[in-house]
Ligand binder design. Structure first.
Ligand SMILES: [Zn+2]
Length: 139
């Protein structure tokens, strides 16, 4: 823990895509509101909901290690995997993103042994500047 006050934090595994990280989208604050926390640590990789595919095993293990470090350092009260539609890193249909992000959140819970909620959500495309956050599952 850094500092004396223990903030309520969460850790998000999301996509590196710049469109999600623009000031107008305000992703960190919106994730914080969704998860009822004060701040959200971000791990950003291309296509996070594709990480559990066999060919991305080394990336998956790296992301899990980074998330475990943040769990140990910040004691987050929730984890979330946030995928998004029209993702170049994991180019599947909208329906498949819903399925894959849920599977990734479940795998993350199993892999980290994290005891609190692991959420799955999808950023729904409205435009490059506008995304809706859709909760999909919780484990
Ligand atoms: Zn993406």
């Amino acid at each position: 823990m850094w500092g004396k006050k223990h903030k309520r934090l969460a850790v998000a595994l999301t996509c590196a895509d710049w469109r999600l990280h623009q000031r107008k989208v305000d992703l960190n604050a919106r994730l914080a509101k969704l998860l009822e926390v004060e701040g959200v640590d971000l791990i950003a990789v291309p296509g996070p909901d594709g990480l559990i595919r066999a060919e991305r095993q080394s990336e998956w293990h790296a992301a899990v290690a980074q998330i475990k470090l943040l769990i140990g350092a910040h004691g987050p009260v929730a984890l979330i995997v946030l995928a998004h539609q029209r993702c170049a890193g994991h180019p599947v249909s909208d329906a498949e993103h819903d399925i894959d992000v849920a599977a990734t959140a479940r795998a993350l819970k199993a892999e980290t042994g994290y005891m609190q909620a692991v959420h799955a959500a999808v950023a729904v495309y409205r435009s490059d500047m506008a995304w809706d956050l859709k909760p999909v599952a919780q484990y």
